[in-house]
Design a protein around this ligand. Structure first.
Ligand code: NAP
Length: 241
C-alpha cells in the first residue's frame, strides 16, 4: 500500500510537534509546517534524526499565497494528501473581558483559529480528493463548547472570549465542511486535545502530558474510510458541542 501523507500546521512545537512524531511512528510521511522556517527546519531535523519520515516546510497559515505555494509543492512532490491537521492556534485570552475587548485582537484570533483552518482546508481540497477516505482534523477546544463546565463558553465568566468564540466557530466550520464533503468521502472532525502541558507550569495546574493530547488528535487523523464525520471528539469519544 502507498505510504499515507499527512500535513500538520503549527507543528514546530507543542501538540502539533508530537502529532507529527506519532504519525511518523505510525509509518506516515509527515509534512511539518510552521510560520518560521528556522524553527520548522530545527523541529523537522530533530525527528528526521530519529529515523522518522518527516519533512519541514515553512507555511504561514494566515497568508493565501504561502498556503497555495505549499499546496503546489506537495502536489508536485507527492501527487496527493491523505490528512490535513489544522492545529496552529492560540490567543488564549484569559486576561481579557468580553465587555472590554480590543476588536483588533478578536479579529486576529478569528483569523488564526478559524479562517486559517478554512483557508488551508479549501486550498488542499484538490489534493485530498485524489485519494479515497482522506481526513481533515480541526484542533478545537472545550473552550468553544456549550457543555464543557470547566473551560466552556459559560465557564470562566467573560474571559477567554475571543479564543472561545473562535473555537466554537471552528466547530461550526467542521460541521459545514463535513456536510459538504460527505459526497467525496472526506471525513472532517473537530478534536479537543484536552488541557495539555505545552507551557511551563501547566502540569502543576493539572494539564496532561503532551503525548496524550496529541494522541487525541492522531485518533481522528487515522480513522478508517468508514469512520465518523462531522463530530467533536476527545480521546476517541464524542463530546458536547
Ligand atoms: N494546550 C492545551 O491545553 C490546548 C487545549 C485545547 C486546545 N488546544 C489547541 O491545540 C492547538 C495546539 O496548541 P498548543 O498548546 O500545542 O500550542 P503552542 O504550543 O502554543 O503551539 C502553537 C502553534 O501554533 C503556531 N501559531 C501561533 N500563533 C500563530 C500565528 N499567528 N500564525 C501562525 N502560527 C501560529 C505556533 O507557531 P510559533 O511557534 O511560530 O509561535 C505553534 O507552532 C491549538 O489550536 C490550541 O488552541 C490546546
Amino acid at each position: 500500500m502507498k505510504k499515507q501523507i499527512a500535513l500538520v500546521t503549527g507543528a514546530n512545537r507543542g501538540i502539533g510537534f508530537e502529532v507529527v512524531k506519532q504519525l511518523a511512528q505510525a509509518n506516515y510521511q509527515v509534512i511539518l509546517t510552521g510560520r518560521d522556517s528556522e524553527k520548522v527546519n530545527k523541529a523537522a531535523s530533530e525527528l528526521a534524526r530519529q529515523g522518522l519520515a518527516v519533512e519541514g516546510i515553512a507555511m504561514e497559515v494566515t497568508d493565501d499565497s504561502s498556503v497555495k505555494e505549499v499546496a503546489e509543492k506537495v502536489l508536485g512532490k507527492y501527487g496527493h494528501i491523505n490528512v490535513i491537521i489544522n492545529n496552529a492556534g492560540g490567543n488564549f485570552d484569559y486576561d481579557k473581558s468580553v465587555s472590554q475587548m480590543d476588536l483588533n485582537f478578536a479579529s486576529e484570533t478569528l483569523e488564526l483559529n478559524l479562517l486559517s483552518a478554512w483557508r488551508v482546508s479549501m486550498t488542499f481540497l484538490p489534493l485530498l480528493r485524489k485519494v479515497p477516505g482522506s481526513r481533515i482534523v480541526n484542533v478545537a477546544s472545550g473552550a468553544g463548547s456549550h457543555t464543557d463546565t470547566n473551560f466552556g463558553l459559560t465557564a470562566m465568566g467573560g474571559a477567554v472570549s475571543a479564543y472561545g468564540v473562535s473555537k466554537c466557530a471552528l466547530n461550526a466550520l467542521t460541521c459545514k465542511f463535513a456536510t459538504d464533503l460527505k459526497k467525496d468521502g472526506i471525513l472532517v472532525n473537530s478534536v479537543c486535545p484536552g488541557f495539555t502541558a505545552t507551557y511551563p507550569g501547566a502540569e502543576a495546574q493539572g494539564a496532561r502530558p503532551v503525548k496524550d493530547g496529541a494522541a487525541s488528535v492522531v485518533w481522528a487523523a487515522t480513522l478508517p474510510a468508514d469512520g465518523p464525520t462531522g463530530g467533536f471528539f476527545r480521546d476517541g469519544k464524542a463530546i458536547g458541542w
